[in-house]
Design a protein. Structure first.
Length: 302
């Protein structure tokens, strides 16, 4: 009996050691995930309220290191896009310049001439059976279905619109299953953006106008993600809000999101080929403010 009891005690000790190690691991994980206390968040909200800032959204607790987002060299697969959207195997490239012909292209000219001048580049137009694709560059295209009545409908749910997009983009190389509804713009435009893991990719988007029947018009911008570089320490969302208390005031905040965005300089060119991590703050007035996570500085989005 003494031998059996000694053996049982040894087994129990081993079980308790394993259990303690497991619980310690759980506690460490929770401490990492919830390194910011709720009291800290509530105090931040009170301080902001004194500046006239009403926070009607969750303040994210994310406080881990983040690096920059690196894109691959692949561009949009134009052949697949044309096949899916227009139903033809090949396409003939037609250059859009400032010398566009009058008549059937006049409306198109009005829509795109200013953009073409600003970018000083030609654009490819492909038309078939009342449908049209305009490749603005290697990462961006517009699709129009002129067979549908031009009556914009904003009655469909975001899920219904996404289902229509999945049919169009299936097999094109654009990872449509990673695109998530972000917001309505101007009351009639559905905006979807890519989510890579837990981060919004603000520059990879699909904006959609719907008719009662189907997709009336959309614009897609997509660059393939290569990965995220080694991370650096960040300022948390509440730290950025407090740091910018002089400029962030007398507003209502309805959403705070973490993602990646390109940096533009004054002439509209990209400052870097990679996107930096940012906190996006959206207000009830539909304004979007972007701040670097590394130093909390507001970034230029123009």
């Amino acid at each position: 009996m003494d031998l059996d009891w000694s053996k049982a005690k040894s087994i129990l000790i081993v079980i308790f050691v394993i259990l303690n190690l497991f619980l310690a691991g759980v506690i460490i994980k929770l401490a990492n995930d919830e390194g910011i206390s709720q009291d800290t968040i509530e105090n931040a909200k009170k301080a902001l309220l004194n500046r006239g800032v009403i926070v009607n959204s969750e303040i994210p607790l994310y406080n881990k290191k983040i690096g920059t987002l690196v894109y691959g060299d692949e561009s949009i697969n134009k052949k697949r896009i044309v096949k899916n959207f227009l139903g033809q195997e090949e396409y003939i490239k037609e250059e859009l310049t400032e010398d566009l012909e009058e008549g059937s292209k006049e409306n198109l000219k009005e829509d795109l001439e200013e953009s073409a001048k600003e970018k000083n580049m030609s654009q490819e137009i492909i038309e078939k059976d009342g449908k049209e694709i305009i490749f603005k560059d290697n990462d961006n295209f517009i699709y129009k279905n002129k067979n549908l009545s031009y009556i914009i409908s904003a009655d469909k749910s975001s899920g219904e619109v996404l289902d229509s997009l999945k049919k169009l983009f299936k097999g094109t190389g654009v990872p449509i299953n990673q695109f998530v509804f972000d917001k309505m713009e101007n009351g009639d435009t559905y905006i979807f953006r890519q989510k890579h893991n837990e981060f919004w990719i603000f520059e990879n988007y699909i904006s959609v106008l719907m008719s009662k029947e189907d997709v009336l018009q959309l614009e897609c911008r997509y660059r393939k993600i290569d990965g995220i570089e080694q991370g650096s320490d960040i300022l948390t969302a509440h730290q950025v809000l407090i740091k910018n208390h002089d400029s962030i005031k007398d507003i209502e905040i309805v959403a705070i999101d973490l993602g990646f965005k390109e940096i533009a300089v004054q002439n509209g060119a990209r400052e870097t080929t990679d996107d930096i991590p940012v906190w996006r703050i959206r207000t009830s007035g539909d304004e979007e403010l972007f701040y670097r996570v590394y130093d909390g500085e507001k970034i230029n989005t123009q």
